[in-house]
Write a protein that binds this ligand. Structure first.
Ligand code: UD1
Ligand code: CA
Length: 453
């Protein structure tokens, strides 16, 4: 196959988004529109990617700087043909050039590969729409050969009845494209340099014009408004949910899950309604995720039960753990197998050993907790002195009584017990009971103050 240049048009203003942010930086499934297109483009292994941007100053190149692409500004924006002209100095004539749109985010690589396999000439991606309003129409002769593309605004009443439309995505030999673009004129209703005019030029020169249709209509949906964005988001989430169902995941309701990244599931995974998965998430066999949980960049090993309303961020969870309801695992949390983290427990940058439990109302930060430890309700690690963070170490088999404060840096010894309500400021010995509260006394004859009548 011939090598490839990819030009991505992203200079449009996006007026109908009513936003200060460039249109192509709005997100679908948690990722900027343009990034969807770039990620797809990269899989075709092009020699060159060139993004044509216009609005938002350097916001677009800065947001996409991780990509090996060149960015050219189009100022002013005089049409799609003019936009591609800006990219031409970056493209080599030996390769084919593919044009993609930065606001058509869900185009898929297999469709573009079929365009590449089509052979010499100009290849257009077209689609038949029930309602073709607004699109350029594909004009063919009686034999069915493509003759030209006519824009809606320039079309006759007869041409407007054509249901086959231009998606805007095309593939052309670069040397021919360069010549055609140099000859574009803007004698049309909109006074723009139309990229679509290259079609009739190709026909005049006897260059074959092919058409390919996408397997799925959503691939070519463009975004011009927040409502179109919301519609395409739902379509995409439905696609994600269908993939999960097909692979054997149980979803309580496929219409109520959001995957904003890559979710990988083992066998017999069950996901209740309203859950959000962000970044890269791995769920092992038999993991259950309760309603309205949010899991981001995390792995959860087999058999773990996550109860409703739990948040897990940048954490590693072992097998057969119980989490939630209302638990919060912040970045750097590692739970070993069989750990229990209950309601209103927050854990940050800490390791919790096998079989250890913190079941109620606790904060555990910057801590290393051994195996079989019981952390009583209301226990707080005081890890911050106003300037520095310090570590708390709790050895295996320790028992921390309820409402204890552990003032770090501090170590609780192996098998040690801390009496409820203690403030622990010094390391405690292995196997012993440590308390730091005053003895209970009763004062005989004491009277509660009474209200004066
Ligand atoms: C274009 C096509 C039309 C097709 C439709 C599909 C032309 C003349 N028409 O029309 O046949 O059916 O797309 O959606 O090509 N852009 C720039 N610079 C510009 C103008 C546009 O970068 O000066 C970019 C936009 O950001 C957008 C894309 O090109 O990503 C299409 O522009 P838009 O104005 O939406 O084109 P349409 O008039 O819809
Ligand atoms: Ca458009």
């Amino acid at each position: 196959m011939k090598s490839l240049n990819i030009v991505i048009l992203a200079a449009g203003k996006g007026t109908r988004m009513h936003s200060d942010k460039p249109k192509v930086l709005h997100t679908l499934a948690g990722k900027p529109l343009l990034q969807h297109v770039l990620d797809c483009a990269v899989t075709l292994q092009p020699k060159q990617i060139c993004v044509v941007y216009g609005h938002g100053g350097s916001a677009v190149p800065v947001a996409m700087q991780r990509y090996a692409a060149s960015f050219v500004i189009q100022e002013p924006q005089l049409g799609t043909g003019h936009a591609v002209q800006q990219a031409m100095p970056h493209l080599d004539d030996a390769s084919l050039t593919m044009v993609l749109f930065g606001d058509v985010p869900l185009i898929q690589a297999d469709t573009l590969q079929r365009m590449q396999q089509t052979g010499a000439g100009l290849v257009l991606l077209t689609v038949n729409l029930e309602n073709p309003t607004g699109y350029g129409r594909i004009v063919r002769n009686k034999k069915g050969d493509i003759l030209s593309i006519v824009e809606e605004k320039d079309a006759s009443a007869e041409q407007r009845k054509i249901s086959e439309v231009n998606t805007g995505i095309l593939l052309a030999p670069t040397r021919l494209l360069r010549n055609w673009l140099a000859n574009l004129q803007n004698k049309n209703i909109q006074g723009e340099y139309y990229l679509t005019d290259i079609v009739s030029m190709a026909v005049e020169q006897g260059v074959v014009v092919h058409s390919i249709q996408p397997a799925r209509e959503w691939e070519i949906h463009g975004i011009n408004s927040k409502s179109q964005l919301a519609v395409l988001e739902r379509i995409w989430q439905h696609v994600e949910a269908s993939k999960l169902l097909t692979s054997g995941v149980t979803l309580a309701d496929p219409a109520r899950i959001d995957v904003r990244g890559k979710l990988t599931c083992g066998r017999d995974v069950e996901i209740d309604v309203g859950c959000i998965f962000e970044g890269e998430v791995n769920l092992g066999d038999n993991v259950h995720v309760g309603a309205y949980s949010i899991i981001k960049n995390a792995s959860v090993a087999q058999g773990t039960q996550i109860l409703p309303y739990s948040l897990i961020d940048s954490s590693k969870v072992g097998a057969n753990c119980h989490i939630g309801p209302y638990a919060r695992l912040r970045p750097g949390t590692k739970l070993h197998d069989d750990a229990h983290v209950g309601n209103f427990v927050e854990i940050k940058n800490s390791e919790i050993g096998q079989g250890s439990k913190a079941n109620h109302l606790s904060y555990i930060g910057d801590s290393t907790v051994g195996s079989r430890v019981n952390i009583g309700a209301g226990t707080i690690t005081c890890n911050y002195d106003g300037a520095n963070k310090h570590r708390t170490i709790i050895e295996d088999d320790a028992f921390i009584g309820s409402d204890t404060q552990l003032v770090a840096p501090v170590r609780v010894g192996k098998g040690a017990t801390i009496g409820a309500g203690s403030t622990i400021t010094r390391d405690t010995s292995d196997g012993e009971l440590t308390l730091s509260r005053s003895k209970q006394v009763s004062i005989s004859g004491w009277k509660r103050p009474a209200k004066k009548k």
